[in-house]
Write a new protein. Structure first.
Length: 164
């Protein structure tokens, strides 16, 4: 099944009459009367769209439901990978939100601290700001959080920062 199969299914079922016809087929109810009540071109478009979407198949006796069509469409769409750990709070290496839970916040700050400054390194304030700008839009807030959590040390005159 194509990875965009769900789009065809949604398009086919967007029409009220198509949903009614599909429901009748699913419930094994006769569809001939319902189709006959529609203009011929409309009835043809509905059955063609339901068939093209893989929801039904034509048989000698009428139409049958295609089994597991929804499960296969979902499986082919490929669920996004579930992000875990600090990755839940980062997108493309940038901080997208500070975690509310203290343990998560600490883990994210530790991860970011090791990424912007190696242990034992000391850099001027302008340099630490430039490095933090690569991972956040709130440079001052992140710098302050790293200092408050004891992950960065600030020189007494504020001119330099080092990893603790």
């Amino acid at each position: 099944m194509h990875h965009n199969a769900w789009r065809a299914i949604l398009a086919a079922l967007a029409d009220d009459r198509a949903r009614e016809i599909y429901a009748r087929i699913v419930l094994a109810q006769p569809v001939d009367e319902a189709l006959a009540a529609l203009p011929a071109k409309k009835a043809q478009r509905i059955t063609e769209s339901l068939t093209a979407a893989g929801l039904i198949s034509a048989t000698a006796d009428g139409f049958d439901v295609v089994p597991d069509v929804f499960a296969r469409a979902l499986a082919s769409a490929g669920a996004p990978a579930r992000r875990e750990g600090v990755d839940r709070f980062l997108q493309d290496g940038r901080l997208i939100g500070m975690p509310a839970r203290a343990a998560d916040r600490r883990a994210v700050l530790e991860h970011l601290a090791t990424g912007v400054l190696a242990a034992g390194d000391t850099v001027p304030e302008a340099e630490i700001n430039a490095r933090l700008a690569d991972v956040t839009d709130d440079v001052a807030g992140l710098r302050r959080a790293l200092v408050d959590h004891g992950l960065l040390a600030r020189a007494a005159d504020g001119s330099a920062y080092s990893r603790t």
